[in-house]
Design a protein around this ligand. Structure first.
Ligand code: IMP
Length: 419
């Protein structure tokens, strides 16, 4: 049985809580895209964690956590997360890393600074895009290279030679040395060096054997490098197709594709956002929802739910069921709006145009819903919700053609309703 959990918006939908819940019944939990740009908030045994790289399986002794080939891995961060979760749980998590996953080096982070992509696109400054760029330019280093240290040092040396010629004015770049970087990588790799392997094969065999495999998406559909709001996107495939290419599967067809969406909408970093609330209402949503980045601490931009984008994400991923998160944050708002179409050059459109300049020119067309005043954080079943909240959820289902089967009304695992 294979289940995927994917974000349907611009990330930060609350996937971390869902994968943490579902991972307790999984044999294998797989991260397949991105790297430490992700920030998953997890409450495990009452302790809050903000994880960036390690799959949610790390919290459960019975599960293997796999980092698949399509990822970019920062070994320092992975080591830290393995140690922290190991200390909390009293047992070192079983983590395997694909030999073809690429490594993030200090010069990747430095390149983001030097090129200004942090301020231009609002990236997370974790070296994600320079690492993916090196991958497709044939100049990357992979986890499997750690098993051949002299070749690794040579490859890093070649890359550094070129970077030093391109950035003569950067003292930090000029002082980087291949020997030192190799030594640091090998030291950070220590907890996983014995498990660097053909993870794609491991996953295919596990699926063939009928094991319970959970695919944990990072970022969100609208940040997908091909199908997102380019150029304001991340550098990986965040949609379901990423499973096939990252792992090496003949087709990306999980038995269950759980799409996670927030009951309103947020975006961190630059890029178009038609339903953004730039006034006090947006600030209020941010404060109520604690909308600050887990990875960067940046305030998130906030706005109303956009059913046009949500329909697009459902269609792209073949979503079979929805999880709606942070419904409790809408309690106490008199009038809740949902964008059902856009006005573009005088015409009404209902299909999402992902290209940034086109989306930027779209004006949202809203429908209004009455709010509710009750605190719903204590609700434990769909029937416990006020009628207005139930009606809002069912309207979202109708607008995107998929049923909501889980609703999150707070950060704790028990604040999750089935419906
Ligand atoms: P990068 O992934 O660091 O290259 O950043 C590219 C864009 O994706 C920026 O707008 C980031 O804020 C956004 N981004 C990357 N990872 C996440 C995430 O996990 N949640 C939300 N936004 C993200």
């Amino acid at each position: 049985m294979a289940t995927a959990v994917l974000g349907l918006q611009w990330g930060d939908e609350g996937k971390g809580k869902m994968t943490h819940l579902l991972a307790q019944d999984a044999d294998l939990v797989v991260r397949f895209n991105g790297g430490p740009n992700a920030g998953h908030t997890v409450i495990d045994r009452g302790v809050k964690f903000g994880t960036h790289l390690i799959p949610a399986g790390a919290f459960y002794a019975g599960a293997t956590s796999a980092l698949a080939g399509g990822m970019v891995v920062d070994l320092e961060i992975l080591k830290r997360e393995i140690e922290e979760i190991g200390a909390h749980r009293g047992e070192t998590p079983h983590v395997v890393v694909a030999e073809n996953a690429h490594l993030i080096l200090p010069y990747h982070r430095l390149l983001e600074e030097l090129e200004g992509s942090g301020s231009r696109f609002g990236t997370t400054r974790r070296g994600i895009s320079p690492a993916y760029r090196d991958k497709v330019a044939h100049t990357g280093v992979r986890a499997g290279d750690l098993l051949r240290p002299s070749e690794l040092e040579q490859r890093i040396g070649w890359r550094l030679d070129l970077l030093k010629r391109v950035w003569p004015e950067s003292e930090e770049m000029q002082t980087m040395e291949a020997k030192e970087l190799t030594r640091d990588l090998l030291s950070a790799a220590e907890p996983v060096i014995g498990s660097i392997s053909d993870v794609g094969r491991l996953i295919r065999r596990a699926m063939d054997a009928g094991q319970r495999v959970l695919f944990e998406g990072a970022q969100g559909t609208l940040l997908d490098v091909d199908h997102g709001t380019y150029p304001y996107v991340t550098s990986s495939t965040t949609t379901v197709g990423g499973l096939a290419t990252s792992i090496g599967l003949p087709v990306a067809h999980p038995d269950h594709c759980i799409g996670v969406a927030k009951a309103y909408l947020t975006r961190v970093g630059e890029g178009p956002f038609p339903t953004e609330l730039t006034d006090g209402d947006g600030d209020e949503l941010r404060e109520r929802g604690g909308e600050y980045g887990v990875t960067t601490g940046r305030p998130r931009r906030c706005g109303w739910l956009d059913a046009v984008g949500l329909r697009y994400a459902v269609e792209l991923n073949g979503v079979t069921e929805l999880t709606l998160t942070k419904l409790d944050i809408l309690s106490g708002i008199d009038e809740i709006k949902v964008c059902i179409a856009y006005r573009l050059e005088g015409k009404e459109i209902t299909d999402f145009p992902p290209a940034a300049p086109v989306l930027d020119a779209c004006e949202p067309i809203y429908e209004s819903h009455p709010g509710w005043t009750e605190d719903i954080q204590q609700a434990r079943s769909f029937d416990d919700l006020p009628e207005a909240a139930k009606a809002y959820v069912r309207r979202v289902d109708a607008l995107c053609g998929v049923k909501t089967t889980r609703i999150s009304v707070g950060p704790a695992p028990e604040q999750t309703l089935s419906c």
